[in-house]
Ligand binder design. Structure first.
Ligand SMILES: [Zn+2]
Ligand SMILES: [Zn+2]
Length: 250
């Protein structure tokens, strides 16, 4: 028990150091990415739901985040998908009421969410997924909910072009079924992680992350996710690609 408390403190210190580094870096160049901004979200009072695999509970921004708009929020309560709570109004600035989620591939990392542009994968898994999609030259596994993240868009002048509209609709349909399938995988991998930790009830998000950090690799989850996506007939081809992908990744 005491050991886990130490590990929580270590994580909090690492997070604080990262915030300092990011602030210094972003004063000089560019905007913060969502991978950086997650360190400015205080999610330490949240839990992970055993039933749906979503984080839930109260959150706030870390003190370094200063409200920039009059309507911006600094603290809220995130619902998970299965526990019925009071209906919420949409949070200002957010596209939907979700501040954090767990990586849809490995379930080992916490990610910033809430924007239609938010990505679903941690940096390691995203790299693998992008390489996979590039090999197949189409979106096998969607990286986020917005069709433009996958290069699918229809220009104004295409509105009378039947072939382009049909092609766009086919791509978007395929994307939606991919999103649906990915959500099934997300639930499955988080269940598998809970099983690894020998836990069968909701747990604190920080404890979940401490345990998840001990899983030696994310590549096992990535391989399993690929098998979940590719039909048995395509698995030989996939195996061949995975070998190549592994060389590209590391
Ligand atoms: Zn739930
Ligand atoms: Zn991941």
């Amino acid at each position: 028990m005491f050991k886990r408390k130490d590990e929580r403190q270590v994580l909090a210190e690492v997070k604080k150091r990262k915030r300092k580094k990011i602030i210094k870096l972003r004063k000089k160049q560019g905007c913060m990415t969502e991978y950086e901004f997650i360190h400015f979200v205080h999610y330490e009072a949240m839990f992970v739901c055993f039933a749906c695999g979503r984080p839930y509970g109260p959150w706030k921004y870390e003190p370094e985040v200063k409200p920039t708009y009059p309507e911006s929020i600094t603290a809220e309560y995130q619902n998970c998908y299965c526990k019925k709570r009071r209906r919420q109004k949409k949070w200002p600035i957010f596209d939907f009421n979700e501040i954090v989620t767990l990586c849809y591939c490995c379930g080992q990392e916490v990610l910033k969410s809430g924007s239609r542009w938010s990505g679903w994968f941690c940096e390691d898994c995203k790299e693998s997924v992008v390489v996979l999609n590039t090999f197949f030259q189409r979106t096998i596994i969607p990286i986020g909910r917005h069709s433009m993240m996958h290069g699918y868009h229809l220009k104004g002048q295409d509105i009378h072009d039947k072939a382009k509209i049909e092609n766009y609709a086919a791509n978007v349909n395929q994307l939606f079924s991919g999103i649906h399938h990915l959500d099934k995988w997300r639930k499955r991998i988080i269940k598998e992680n809970f099983k690894l930790f020998e836990i069968s009830k909701d747990i604190s998000l920080v404890d979940y992350l401490v345990w998840a950090s001990k899983i030696p690799t994310k590549l096992v989850a990535f391989h399993k996710m690929c098998s979940f996506f590719i039909k048995p007939s395509g698995r030989d081809r996939l195996g061949h690609h995975l070998q190549k992908i592994q060389k590209v990744i590391k």
